[in-house]
Ligand binder design. Structure first.
Ligand SMILES: [Fe+2]
Ligand SMILES: [Fe+2]
Length: 249
């Protein structure tokens, strides 16, 4: 902990861009004033350096999920994981990214007009994805949860044919989100900041890249594991077929 508070802010962010969100949360400028230790910045702002270090350690400990066998999990565990890992991530990242994108547009928008397009696309994502997740959290997931519980305690009792429509609507939303991020990736040259780009530029592009990767895993868990298993329990089906370019989800 002591060691981390002595680290230089700019170097911490360069080593792991996810830490930028923590510095922003505590009101510490990691970009123009990144050449200070965490302790020094905290002293100037009258913040407890240990609190910043604890938050940073949580971010630094975030693990890679690539070898997890989600398809063997009970549906209730999978739903909780989607909510706590992916919905929570989207909810916390959106306001941070919106602030960074606004800052980038005001500082670099003239030389890089694509930033304004990216900002507008991300604002669309912000409103549509939040609404989409609310539908899952308040209606679809509780329904699937109930269906899974009922079928395990009373075999043969199902709610035939109720899931197909909502699942199709969610899959359609997923495709639109995937398409929006394909445009963002193309406008940002696959999240490559210009050579003269400041730390905020690099952090924003790295965060957008991570946001897209998280979205792909999030959508994969719903489209390919949660929804098919729930439809199987219900004995229903879903006729939605994604456009060819989206079939990797
Ligand atoms: Fe979701
Ligand atoms: Fe979803």
């Amino acid at each position: 902990m002591k060691e981390l508070t002595q680290a230089i802010i700019g170097q911490v962010v360069a080593g792991n861009y996810r830490t930028a969100g923590i510095f922003t949360k505590f009101g510490i400028d990691f970009c123009c004033k990144g050449n200070r230790s965490i302790e020094e910045a905290c002293r100037q702002k009258n913040i407890d350096p240990a609190a910043v270090a604890t938050a940073l350690e949580a971010v630094l400990a975030r693990q890679d999920d690539s070898d997890v066998r989600y398809d063997s999990w009970p549906l209730s565990v999978l739903i909780n994981h989607i909510l706590q890992r992916h919905h929570q991530y989207v909810t916390t990242q959106i306001p941070v990214l919106q602030v960074y994108l606004r800052k980038l547009c005001s500082v670099h928008g003239k030389e890089h007009p694509e930033l304004e397009e990216i900002r507008q696309l991300f604002d669309e994502t912000a409103s549509e994805l939040i609404m989409h997740m609310k539908k899952e959290e308040l209606v679809l997931f509780p329904f699937i949860q109930q269906l899974a519980e009922t079928s395990s305690t009373t075999p043969g009792i199902h709610a035939f044919g109720k899931l197909g429509g909502p699942v199709e609507a969610m899959m359609h939303d997923h495709d639109q989100e995937g398409e929006r991020f394909r445009k963002i990736a193309s406008l940002s040259h696959d999240y490559t900041p210009p050579p003269e780009g400041c730390t905020t530029y690099k952090v924003t592009y790295a965060m957008l890249k991570e946001f897209e990767e998280d979205l792909h895993l999030h959508i994969h868990l719903e489209n390919n594991i949660l929804f098919p298993k729930a439809l199987q329990i219900e004995g229903g089906s879903c006729s939605y077929r994604p456009p060819i370019h989206n079939q990797s989800f």
